[in-house]
Ligand binder design. Structure first.
Ligand code: 4AD
Ligand code: MG
Length: 467
């Protein structure tokens, strides 16, 4: 007899079919002559209802079946008389793989807070909400690849151990195998004080966990035109917020022969595509989020798919904020970096949908962004989403050798470290652009989950790296 996944059985199963399922028991209801058990194998929100009659091999073991028990059931599908499901299974045999002691198994039927579930990160994937999140996350990842592959972008694998600080923000984790109790020291040229001598370290220089694959993606775009990365990135920002992780996944497309407008267009198409894909492939999970997590989930998805995004410049954004009549925690004036409260005001209250903000002040953005003619602004773009704030950050890149050299120096970055990046401008330079989409932020936005720690299987945040 074939073993089938429950999602497939619920969708395609026909009365009288005989088959086997495997999974974990969510609930059990015992009556005198028979019992109902609901079995879930993670393939869908709904489990399969199994009816076990007295006399069925396995009926005698029903006492040992509790929430969390792993079972295999062989049986026949029958139309379900109950509400809410089309089909159920009449069991022929029930086999227990592993019991789950009801007195100690933490996931009993009642609802648990997400805070509590984070303390049992090894079990929370078996709950309805985290299960739905992980299925949606998987669909998002599939949509990412499908979107780019359909458009002829090449997936490139940029290094996780990197020697460059792409964002220039100094929020990097060092990778070392030096003995931390006996760090070799040398005299620093600048300060005259002692500093770690990384020439004795594994790579013969200081190396980091990457904060972004962009600079390496630019190398690849200068050979393959359109590329994208999809991998983990790491930031040692000590921000304990509901939108920050120390390890998160990022998708970074990079396009040669492309300017800021082309970049904005790709970003908008990309977000619409992911939402459409998830609505098509995970309708039950999305329905669940809409009823149980945030009543605007479906409405948001619909508006992303069907309406235009807003688009304004940074200067216009500042004007809107200044005349809002609001008092923000961080006062607004031209030149400040937009804070989450500003981003949310613009997307939630002014536009009521995602919007693209372009042309930020030069002094608050990274060195690689293309300098506009006014020199006060750069060809940057952020996509801001209601409730989340920044979901995408990107720009057209500085492709002019002399301007780029000037910008690296102005940012006090060691120009000798960027010889290869400058070479890309020396040999066959072209206008090019790209962006980074925070993968967890998009999953958060889609599902309405309020904390980013609940949309990644194993969150890493300050003081927290379980497993
Ligand atoms: O705006 P960021 O810093 O841009 C870059 O890293 C560029 N190199 C991207 C590029 O142009 N190729 O980060 C991009 C996105 C943000 O918009 C946000 O969605 C997400 O990454 N992000 C985080 N997500 C979770 N936790 C954090 N600590 C994040 N920091 C950034
Ligand atoms: Mg950013």
């Amino acid at each position: 007899m074939t073993t089938r996944r429950i999602a497939d059985v619920l969708k395609h199963g026909q009365p009288d079919e005989s088959l086997t399922i495997q999974g974990w028991v969510r609930t059990k209801r015992e009556l005198k002559e028979f019992a109902f058990i609901e079995v879930n194998d993670g393939s869908s929100m709904n489990g399969l209802q199994v009816v076990v009659n007295q006399g069925t091999p396995g009926f005698d073991v029903l006492d040992r079946i509790t929430t969390g028990t792993s079972v295999e059931v062989a049986g026949t599908l029958v139309p379900s008389p109950g509400k809410g499901q089309q089909i159920e299974m009449q069991a022929n045999t029930v086999t227990i793989y592993g019991e789950a002691d009801a007195d100690t198994y933490p996931l009993q039927k009642k609802r648990h807070s997400f805070e509590f579930l984070r303390t049992i990160g090894h079990l929370r994937a078996r709950t309805n909400t985290i299960g739905a999140v992980m299925r949606v996350r998987n669909a998002c990842a599939t949509a990412v690849h499908q979107f780019f592959q359909e458009r002829g972008f090449m997936w490139v694998h940029t290094p996780i151990i990197s020697a460059s600080d792409c964002e220039g923000a100094g929020e990097m984790f060092t990778v070392t195998n030096l003995d931390l109790t006996k760090i070799p020291l040398k005299d620093s040229k600048e300060s005259g004080k002692k500093e770690a001598d990384f020439s004795q370290d594994f790579f013969g220089r200081q190396a980091y966990l990457t904060v972004s694959g962009q600079l390496e993606a630019e190398i690849m775009a200068m050979a393959f035109t359109n590329v994208y990365t999809f991998g983990p990135t790491f930031r040692a920002e000590n921000s304990n917020t509901s939108r920050h992780l120390a390890e998160f996944w990022m998708i970074e497309p990079e396009m040669a022969f492309c300017n800021l407008d082309g970049n904005v267009e790709l970003a908008v198409d990309f977000l619409k595509y992911i939402f459409r894909y998830v609505m098509e492939h995970c309708p039950d999970d999305m329905e669940f989020f809409n009823t149980r997590i945030d009543k605007t989930v479906l409405e948001t998805a619909d508006s992303i798919i069907n309406s235009e995004f807003g688009r304004i410049t940074y200067t216009e954004a500042v004007e809107l904020l200044e005349k809002s009549g609001r008092t923000f925690e961080f006062p607004v004036e031209w030149g400040i970096d937009l804070q989450s409260e500003h981003e949310r005001y613009l997307s939630e209250e002014v536009f009521k949908k995602p919007l693209v903000v372009t042309d930020y002040p030069t002094q608050i953005k990274a060195f690689y962004m293309r300098l506009n003619e006014d020199e006060k602004t750069v060809a940057a773009m952020d996509v801001l989403a209601p409730k989340i704030g920044e979901i995408i950050g990107g720009s057209q890149r500085e492709e002019r050798l002399d301007v780029l050299e000037r910008r690296i120096k102005a940012n006090h970055l060691p120009i000798e470290d960027y010889w290869w990046y400058l070479d890309l401008r020396r040999y066959g330079t072209v206008p090019h652009a790209g962006f980074g989409l925070g993968f967890e932020r998009v999953v958060q936005f889609m599902t309405g989950m309020t904390n980013i720690r609940d949309v990644i299987p194993f969150p890493r945040t300050p003081m927290n790296a379980e497993f």
